[in-house]
Design a protein around this ligand. Structure first.
Ligand code: ZN
Length: 269
């Protein structure tokens, strides 16, 4: 798109953020905009007056990468992977900034994971690593919320990962031009204001271009698809004693140059 933008989706449309609090509407569908580059400007509104959603509220695919930080692999006492480890989340997990993470009664071990999320901007099929960043629309913050008990008592992680509301994304999509090097960003998670994760995307085992190229060799990536690129150390279940999300907690994922994504935690009633 060739422009530096912070794009938000809200109920009924999407737009760009100007300054701290102004949103200029640009049309109905952010993903359609990524595909066509066509926008129709509307009347500016305050962010607070809009019902903000995840930048991509219904991604076609959410591909998550396991053990993709060297420092997290060390913490977890697993070997640094030789090729990317994939698992999936689905659109049912996606919520926007400020929306509650609703924890079902089936888990007692809900945990946070700060992640840099990549949003695909163009159809990518068998792209070369050196071209791969051209297929990236931009970046946003993700919280790959995980129910550790459900995740780890079986070999397939889907049940513990693909839970409703367990993938906050936001607060906006920062276009790629704003972030020339996605592997030089401070990334962290704060729980009720206390720092729990603090690392840098330089610790990634497989970088953004490598992941896009790798994935595109066996699955066609579509505009609006999301890649959650893995989490650094400090996750709750590795701590001694473990720390799990509680009703009333507030979790913030913050990534340098991208933004901060805050969500409250709610036990399902
Ligand atoms: Zn993760």
């Amino acid at each position: 798109l060739g422009l530096t933008l912070r794009l938000v989706s809200f109920a009924g449309g999407f737009g760009r953020v100007e300054g701290d609090d102004t949103v200029v509407p640009m049309g109905r569908d952010l993903v359609e905009y990524l595909e066509t580059g066509q926008a129709v400007e509307g009347e500016a509104a305050t962010r607070a007056s809009l019902d903000l959603l995840a930048p991509v509220p219904r991604p076609g695919k959410v591909v998550c990468i396991g053990y993709n930080y060297r420092d997290h692999a060390v913490e977890s006492e697993v070997a640094v992977p030789e090729e990317p480890i994939l698992f999936a989340k689905f659109a049912n997990s996606v919520v926007g900034p400020g929306a509650p993470i609703v924890v079902p009664s089936e888990t007692n071990e809900p945990d946070y994971e700060a992640e840099l999320a990549v949003v695909i901007g163009r159809v990518a099929r068998r792209v070369r690593e050196e071209d791969a960043l051209e297929y990236v629309a931009g970046y946003t913050c993700a919280n790959d919320v995980s129910a550790r008990d459900l995740q780890l008592r079986v070999s397939q992680w889907t049940r513990g990962k693909a839970i409703d509301t367990f993938l906050p994304l936001g607060p906006w999509l920062v276009t790629r031009d704003e972030i020339p090097d996605p592997h030089a960003l401070a990334i962290g998670c704060a729980l009720n204001g206390k720092t729990m994760q603090s690392s840098n995307t330089e610790q990634m085992v497989f970088g953004v271009a490598e992941l896009v190229s790798f994935l595109s060799r066996t699955m066609t990536l579509q505009p609006g698809d999301v890649i959650a690129t893995g989490t650094p150390p400090g996750v709750g279940f590795m701590r001694k004693p473990p720390v799990y999300l509680q009703n009333g907690d507030e979790v913030t994922i913050e990534i340098e140059r991208v933004g901060a994504l805050t969500n409250p935690v709610q036990r399902a009633g």
